[in-house]
Design a protein around this ligand. Structure first.
Ligand code: FAD
Ligand code: NDP
Length: 501
């Protein structure tokens, strides 16, 4: 990186997703006089709105996609650079952007997010969902589809199979039950009937403003009216916009070409053996396909359970990988097993003056016994905010301690139209046999699971309007011995809140 630095900023943040934008906001409010630069590949940024602290650790907020000028107007010392970072030189404290400019930094925070871990990048019939463009692409393909296959068992698959109408959905999951990263087999069983009935009418359409990347913003130094196929093929992960999040499906119509409402068939405990086109099928007469595949389909998917399905396309909802690649070359970053930039309890990577937050990083400090990292919206916000505080504290030579939000894992979301709250070691993660479960379930209304270890509550799954989250959060945080209460803890006739007052 021999070119001269155009300017050196005191703080530089790469990535206009939730982590990056929260970090910028934190730094710009804490040290308003500091020169801050936000370098982002997409033309829009994500902003947290309607933030609500529900309890000590649970938080709820909306996320809006906005033109970056909104952020620039709010913070006069903020410079927004619309380009992708092509390379980073930690030794000279500089970055080079795709449009050939070089900028220096005193402290840098990498918030480059993640990219979908697709089954394959070079098959046009395999789609992933990450940003607004990929969601719109899905919508377009779906409008012509009669049957799709969804592979994966996490957040995206759970949302998609519930939302898609007018199209047959084959859902291939590798586990014995649905939703494995989020809940156990009992909760999965609670949700299954929701797939068998029509989706209730949505109460109110989503009113949030959404932007597409079709029109570049005035002044943008690079446009991202991407060749979607190229992007899908993975030629440019750095060109992707920020990740979608809660309600991503509300702004788009997920309707196929058929007159049916929802029709989901589940294939458990299987993975993908191979994906092939109709032409390849004709070329291999030994390939057998069942009667359910009558007619001709553009693509076929063979599963490890021996079944083959013809379909219009496959959705690969198979997780994310940290988007650390653009920052690695020539540097010496320590990477975690999942490919994330390792960060310590001050969100610092192994390179001096370089921090990281959100999906791109892997939290490598010694975690509290009740917290684990999941690549979620909430954690991206918390990490971005805390990284901003750490950068400011280090610049001002002030001490800073790991924030309380990393004490207890907590997540509020919605699956199949039910409120879902996850607390602590909600799936007994890492507890081995040293755990006891208490369950309460009312079909169609609520599912409550408590995880106890040594008589103390260490996790909970709350589905439906249980109103238990605050009390359970307190019980988990204060680690009170609950042995004397036994199963009474979940007795629906006891007002548990009064009980522990
Ligand atoms: C379909 C979908 C639904 C989801 N639903 C939920 C949900 O309901 N609840 C929840 O908690 N989480 C959800 N998530 C996860 C959540 O969206 C992410 O964990 C979160 O947005 C990550 O934020 P981030 O800022 O780390 O990364 P991102 O939002 O991915 O932002 C990364 C930013 O970096 C920029 N960038 C990348 N590379 C470069 C480069 N080289 N140079 C410059 N800029 C670069 C990108 O343009 C982007 O602006 C969902 C994710 C998806 C895909
Ligand atoms: N409401 C919410 O909170 C939502 C959150 N999200 C987040 O967005 C991100 C992307 O979502 P998503 O893609 O669903 O990722 P997730 O990590 O949630 O789920 C991926 C799923 O795919 C499985 N999988 C991985 N590789 C394969 C394979 N080759 N064949 C079959 N299955 C496979 C994983 O199994 P295994 O774990 O065993 O590898 C896992 O069950 C995640 O960070 C997720 O947490 C997304 C939507 C909603």
């Amino acid at each position: 990186m021999a070119a001269r630095k155009e300017k050196t900023f005191r703080f530089m943040i790469v990535g206009g997703g939730i982590a990056g934008v929260t970090c910028v906001e934190q730094l710009s409010s804490q040290i308003p006089s500091a020169d801050v630069a936000l370098i982002t590949a997409g033309p829009h940024i994500k902003a947290v709105t309607n933030y609500k602290q529900v309890s000590k650790t649970l938080e709820e907020f909306d996320v809006e996609e906005r033109p970056s000028s909104v952020l620039a107007e709010k913070f006069p010392n903020l410079t927004i650079i619309h380009s992708a970072v092509k390379s980073l030189c930690t030794q000279s404290h500089s970055v080079e952007t795709a449009d050939g400019r070089v900028f220096g930094y005193e402290k840098l925070c990498i918030c480059g997010g993640g990219r979908p871990k697709l089954l394959t990048w070079d098959n046009p019939y395999v789609l992933g969902i990450r940003d607004t463009d990929s969601a719109q692409d899905l919508q377009k393909q779906l409008s012509r589809a009669k049957r799709i296959v969804v592979v994966g068992n996490g957040g995206i698959a759970l949302e998609l199979v519930y939302e898609v109408e007018g199209c047959e959905v084959i859902w291939a999951v590798k586990d014995k039950a649905i939703g494995n990263p989020f809940f156990d087999a009992g909760a999965a069983q609670f949700f299954i009937p929701s797939l068998e009935v029509d989706k209730p009418e949505r109460a109110a359409p989503c009113k949030r403003t959404r932007y597409t990347t079709e029109e570049p913003e005035p002044g943008a130094s690079q446009t991202f009216t991407a060749d979607r196929n190229a992007r899908r093929r993975g030629s440019g992960p750095t060109e992707a916009g920020s990740a979608l999040g809660p309600d991503w499906h509300e702004g788009i119509v997920l309707r196929g070409a058929e007159q049916v409402s929802r029709r989901v068939s589940l294939e458990y405990q299987c993975e993908v053996e191979k994906i092939f086109t109709s032409a390849e099928l004709l070329d291999s007469p030994q390939q057998t396909i069942g009667a359910e595949n009558e007619g001709s389909w553009p693509v076929y998917i063979q599963l490890t359970n021996g079944k083959t399905f013809g379909c219009d396309f496959v959705v690969s909802a198979t997780g994310v990988v940290p988007n650390a690649e653009p920052f690695l070359h020539g540097n010496n970053f320590a990477l975690a097993d999942d490919g994330g930039l390792q960060v310590d309890d001050h969100m610092m990577t192994s390179e001096p003056d370089v921090y990281a937050a959100g999906d791109v990083c892997t939290a490598c400090w010694e975690h509290s016994a009740l917290w684990q990292q999941m690549r979620l919206w909430t954690q991206a916000r918390q990490m971005g905010w805390y990284a901003g505080r750490c950068m400011a504290a280090h610049m001002l030579s002030e001490p800073i301690e790991l924030d309380f939000c990393f004490e207890l894992f907590s997540h509020i979301t919605k699956f199949f139209n039910y409120k879902v709250v996850l607390l602590g070691k909600f799936n007994g993660q890492g507890l081995g046999p040293d755990q006891e479960l208490l369950l309460r379930c009312t079909k169609g209304r609520e599912y409550v699971k408590v995880v106890l270890s040594g008589g103390r509550m260490v996790g909970a799954v709350l589905i439906g309007e249980t109103d238990l989250e605050e009390t359970f959060e307190n019980l988990i945080l204060n680690q009170m011995d609950l042995t004397p209460y036994g199963e009474e803890l979940l007795n629906p006739n006891i007002d548990i809140e009064d009980y522990f007052d």
